[in-house]
Design a protein around this ligand. Structure first.
Ligand SMILES: C[S@@+](CC[C@H](N)C(=O)[O-])C[C@H]1O[C@@H](n2cnc3c(N)ncnc32)[C@H](O)[C@@H]1O
Length: 277
């Protein structure tokens, strides 16, 4: 079986790799990183995908086609299941890049092999290392972000840390999908001051889908008067991106933070090449 019934992806080569990865799914014997007794070290699970489900991937594909997405990012890549859906959409939109992140080197290699087998290697850049560093500078705005993370060791969840890093780099009108419903992530994404509207979809036991409608006006989004970034040292976004974001935020926050006149403007003002501002 290579083609899933009703899959929006028409390419049998891509569907064959997705079907193979689906068939190879395994459960961790120790309960996994979210279990009471499982290890939280990602390197202990180098052979396991923990991948998104086909329904989530197909929704990613459809939304990215609708957005005409050309640049997207994901935390994290694992063996590349979500990357395949993103890369297929980007290829079918005419070209672009999915920026992946993965801390386990063997998984980076597996993801690259899977993308190559699907004929999608040219549409993905997998950044090896801690996503809190590798996604700090996406080198331009992105249309879609997947937050499909990993449990931390206490303190803020990785999902929360990464959304705070990537949200300023997401275009207004872009989407974020989250798989694991980390409570502090949900607190952030559902707070209208952060510029998102959000709903929980009945996919894989609850998938949070959020639309960025403004740059947000919450305390975490405010810059110091001297223009310096107020985010903690480990989470600073690139100065160029911070500059874009800050100008638009100041414009937006003079009015209604959640529905300012600038909402959606970014997507509509993009040039014919789908490029950034
Ligand atoms: C749920 S899986 C991602 C599944 C992937 N989206 C897919 O559909 O195949 C989470 C991944 O996060 C990786 N990971 C854990 N901590 C990380 C970190 N700090 N930076 C980057 N990747 C990390 C793990 O190794 C694991 O592969």
């Amino acid at each position: 079986m290579t083609d899933r019934p009703h899959s929006p992806i028409q390419d049998p080569r891509v569907n064959a790799v997705i079907a193979r990865l689906q068939g190879a799914r395994q459960r961790p014997s120790d309960g996994g990183p979210r279990g009471a007794s499982g290890s939280r070290d990602p390197h202990a699970y180098a052979g396991l995908g923990f991948s998104i489900h086909p329904e989530q991937g197909e929704l990613i594909y459809l939304l990215c086609r609708g957005l005409r997405a050309t640049r997207v990012a994901e935390f994290a890549t694992s063996v590349g299941m979500s990357t395949l859906y993103f890369a297929a959409a980007i290829r079918d939109n005419g070209g672009g890049t999915v920026i992946g992140s993965e801390i386990v080197p063997a998984k980076v290699e597996a993801a690259k092999r899977n993308l190559a087998e699907a004929g999608l290697a040219d549409y993905a850049e997998i950044r090896e290392g801690d996503a809190r560093k590798t996604l700090r500078d996406l080198a331009g705005p992105v249309d879609f972000v997947l937050i499909d993370g990993w449990p931390g060791e206490g303190g803020p969840s990785l999902a929360r840390e990464v959304i705070e890093i990537v949200a300023p780099q997401l275009l207004v009108g872009g989407y974020v999908m989250n798989d694991n419903a980390e409570p502090d992530y949900l607190d952030y994404i559902r707070d209208p001051n952060n510029g998102f509207v959000s709903m929980t979809l009945p996919l894989k036991g609850g998938t949070e889908l959020s639309l960025k409608v403004s740059e947000g006006c919450g305390p975490q989004s405010l810059a110091r008067p001297d223009g310096q970034n107020t985010q903690p040292a480990g989470q600073r976004v690139a100065p160029k991106i911070f500059h874009f974001t800050e100008i638009r935020k100041r414009r937006m926050c003079r009015g209604n933070p959640a529905q300012g006149r600038g909402a959606y403007r970014d997507r509509h003002e993009r040039g014919p090449d789908g490029g950034g501002r």
